[in-house]
Design a protein around this ligand. Structure first.
Ligand code: ATP
Length: 443
């Protein structure tokens, strides 16, 4: 074979070839790994197809590799997990009969050519026959090699996108990732699929999974969105979704904010790039529109909140920031704000709002007092709820610059004792309520 395997894969592929010879069944290396081997790109997905009993092959391979096997008998597939925890996917060569467009395929045993024919693009139909004959051979039934060299994505037949509309999104992703282009005929079939309305029959979860893969990659996301818009596919997500100048500006600014966040080495709160970009792209939709899109993508929990409620939350935070609040109030408001919303505030906000958010992320967010409750007890404060409250006030005073680093203990102790005194006074009994801070009222 003229393509060197990554060192981690060599012995495993050798083992698969040996088992193929031992059992006398043809075994093929398939999928993205073969494509990427020819392209000289990194890939560690080991996908094997067996022309015969894939499950029996997987069991034997697991024995040889000293691993275990997880079988999925209804799909005639198995995963071999070797002694080092590496996964090898094993499938039985199969063809698929589509019961209805966009439905899940049924599985039936068949040969490698038919198995490869059900794949998405010619470049993904290349296979390497590992055995049982000793010389590995490249199998190229559908002109995948030429298309790889020409940088072309081509479906195998005219019903491909009707059978499975996610392939359109895969095409957009592969275009970006490999720097390829769909062939003119394939582009025309995208158009046909759109006109036929096949995307409406696509399940929310599959649509979401593909979209997330595209939007979660910083290199692919923006050109991918441009491509989706160019192909008229944004409207398939929501009829009012479009990529105008305002959306472009927000998207670019969001990516800029995300870059800044990473360059600063910040990791908390976590930011999911896809959620950030989906929120940026949909910032122009109204709330019912965003809700409808969340329904379409079957988003739940934090993913749903990021899309549906984010705009309103950001509006509230911006109103608060516009009042030039004290640092501790900025921190209190932003601590409740998700990572995506913080970056969108950086992207959309006025300069002074942006500098508040940046300062929060860089300085205020992780701020911790040098003292603990135990220090107050050691300084003579009786244990009790006043300690927690005193520490909270001390943190505020530190954030606002009312006290310096060396004054924490004295300030906290004074606060705690004053609180304890107030608690000790019976209701209506007066007592000292003014909690004067050294250095004045702060802000
Ligand atoms: P990635 O690196 O993003 O995982 P990939 O193409 O290398 O992409 P998979 O997405 O895991 O790998 O897919 C493995 C193979 O399965 C692909 O090479 C492709 O031929 C095939 N495949 C995946 N999805 C589809 C689909 N919707 N229709 C047909 N074939 C598919």
């Amino acid at each position: 074979m003229s393509w060197p395997l990554p060192p981690a894969l060599g012995p495993r592929v050798e083992a698969a070839a040996a088992v193929s010879r031992e059992l006398g069944v043809p075994v093929y290396l398939v999928g993205g790994l073969v494509r990427d081997l020819v392209l000289g790109r990194e890939n560690r997905d080991l996908d094997l197809v067996v022309e015969g009993d894939g499950i029996a092959f997987a069991r034997r391979l697991a024995e040889v590799l000293g691993g275990r096997v997880r079988e999925h008998r209804e799909f005639l597939t198995a995963v071999v997990i070797d002694a080092e925890g590496f996964h090898l996917d094993v499938a039985t060569a199969r063809s698929e009969f589509y019961r209805a467009p966009a439905a899940l395929p049924e599985v039936a045993t068949s040969a490698i050519r038919q198995d490869l024919y059900r794949r998405d693009f010619t470049i993904n139909t290349l296979a390497i026959r590992l055995g049982p004959d000793r010389r590995p051979a490249l199998i190229d039934h559908f002109g995948g090699r030429d298309d790889l060299e020409a940088g072309v994505l081509r479906v195998l037949h005219s019903m491909s996108f009707i059978d499975d509309p996610t392939r359109v999104l895969r095409a957009v992703r592969l275009e970006q990732r490999l720097g390829f282009r769909m062939s003119p005929e394939t582009l025309r079939l995208v158009e046909v699929a759109r006109e036929e309305g096949v995307f409406a029959r696509l399940s929310g979860s599959r649509l979401r999974e593909e979209l997330v893969l595209l939007l979660d990659d910083p290199q692919m996301a923006l050109p991918g969105i441009e491509r989706l818009a160019g192909l008229g596919l944004l409207g398939e997500l929501h009829p009012e979704l479009r990529l105008g100048e305002a959306e472009r500006r927000t998207l670019w600014a969001a990516v800029g904010a995300w870059d800044w966040y990473r360059i600063q080495g910040l990791e908390q709160p976590p930011v999911a790039l896809w959620r950030l970009l989906l929120a940026a792209l949909t910032a122009g939709l109204d709330e019912p529109g965003r809700r409808a899109l969340a329904d379409r993508l079957q988003l739940v929990g934090a993913n749903r909140r990021a899309l549906v409620d984010g705009a309103e939350r950001r509006r509230r935070v911006r109103a608060l920031l516009a009042g030039d609040p004290a640092p501790h109030a900025v921190a209190a408001a932003l601590e409740q704000t998700s990572g995506e919303d913080l970056l969108l505030l950086l992207a959309e906000g006025e300069p002074c709002e942006r500098s508040s958010v940046r300062r929060y992320l860089r300085e205020l967010r992780g701020f911790e007092l040098a003292i603990r409750g135990a220090d107050l007890v050691a300084a003579g404060v009786p244990p009790g709820p006043a300690i927690g409250e005193a520490l909270r006030r001390t943190r505020e005073a530190r954030l606002d610059g009312v006290i310096g680093a060396g004054e924490e203990l004295a300030f906290a102790r004074e606060q705690a004792l004053a609180l304890t005194e107030v608690e000790a006074v019976p209701a209506g009994g007066g007592g000292r309520l003014g909690l004067d801070r050294p250095g004045g009222e702060g802000r």
